[in-house]
Design a protein around this ligand. Sequence first.
Ligand SMILES: C[S@@+](CC[C@H](N)C(=O)[O-])C[C@H]1O[C@@H](n2cnc3c(N)ncnc32)[C@H](O)[C@@H]1O
Length: 468
Amino acid sequence: MQLRKPKRDDRLEVEVERIDERGQGVGRALHESGEYRVALRRALPGERVAAQVLRRRGDRIEGRLLEVLRASEERSTPPCGHYGACGGCSLQDLAYSGQLRAKRELVELALANAGLHVPVEPVLGAASPLRYRNKMDFTFGTRRWVEVGEAEGATRDFALGLHPREQFRKVLDIERCEIQPQAFDRILATARRLALEQALPAWDLVKHEGLLRHVVLRTSVATGEILVQITTSSEAPELVQPYVAALLAAHPEITTLVQAINSRGATVAYGERELVLHGPGSIRERLAGLVYRVSAASFFQTNTAQAERLVEVVLEETAPAAHERGLDLYCGAGTLTLPLARRCAHVHGVELVEAAVADGRRNAEENGLGNVEFSAGDVLAWFESKGALECDFVVVDPPRAGLHAKVVELLARVPARRLVYVSCHIGSAARDLAALAPHGWNVTRVRPVDLFPQTPHVETVLTLERVS
Ligand SMILES: C[S@@+](CC[C@H](N)C(=O)[O-])C[C@H]1O[C@@H](n2cnc3c(N)ncnc32)[C@H](O)[C@@H]1O
């Protein structure tokens, strides 16, 4: 007789073992029909929990936490009032020490799954696991997320905040975000109040109409300067200028304000056109002893304090000698390129986004570094256009998808002694490093750095040396 398998709404008891890359607890449940892998939010390693079955595929179940039957000693009260509804920061139930351990295990597991058995060092944790972000991007919307038990009467067709979990058409009003500076909470509240007072229409994410689309806030840890970007669907100066004037009057701490115009459907904060409405259009940040000019559209690491440590780790692992030449692939605006260039003879950075390359060149010039060269373009196309390359070290810092298989093949043949892979998605990095192994590149050191406390994301610096 075939035993009935778990189905929707059944209750199961789960022994939670680890955190997965989405920040869910993952564990095992014993059922009369066999053993199942269950993933559910807000369940922590070491806990025994009761779960409601939401979906089952084979022996994998997605569940919802009903009750914690045996709590972890590291279970802690989430600091954020929006936790649960908001789509971000899914590790807030777990004490910071537990978050760091969970991230280290994520790295170990991804490497082991790719056949790479190499010790992973403890994650370099942040001194401030809250209020650490130097940039936030908030969305205006016409469908406000309404909380259960919320008082009647509040506006429902206007919101300024973040998308709730898996609800990309709705927007949750954010009053306080615990990972951004308090100054951002205040500016965000004023931006919302003024838009309502001046009856400016929010962008409708479904009908593609309305004016106000995004508020991007950026600040510099070193100088305290604040950049605000307001993204609108058209220029509309008769509406935008009074709005901006009132925002600046309420917040003299805003040092520059930019309007970005995006008339397209895609919900991205950067625009087709930018108008600098106040100040210089950029802020100045200091990182690893260098000064960077950060404009509204430039990529810049969002956790300044931890980016400083990331740069230190990359420098230690690359260990460039004064006479050496290096490559920095996927270099952005040069956050790693410039500190490397201060230590060696020459660094060549390659980056797809032209604006980032322009920022990189300007940053190199302003810091008096003449031994840096930037190329704008796709790394693969750049590699293919090159004949024999001469370099002593290579740093790669690709986006989440990792390296193109052909880039891996080309990298395998680069005549360098050291390769440092900076990864924001360890699964992709593990795949790429496993593909490099048969070419004589061995992983010798794995050093994760926590750039994103409260979230399951982990940055990892992996050092490779050529064995043959
Ligand atoms: C994780 S960021 C690294 C930036 C830089 N290393 C830093 O720390 O600021 C990845 C960069 O790769 C760039 N990129 C993405 N795809 C690329 C490609 N095919 N070729 C060159 N650069 C690319 C992105 O624009 C982005 O700046």
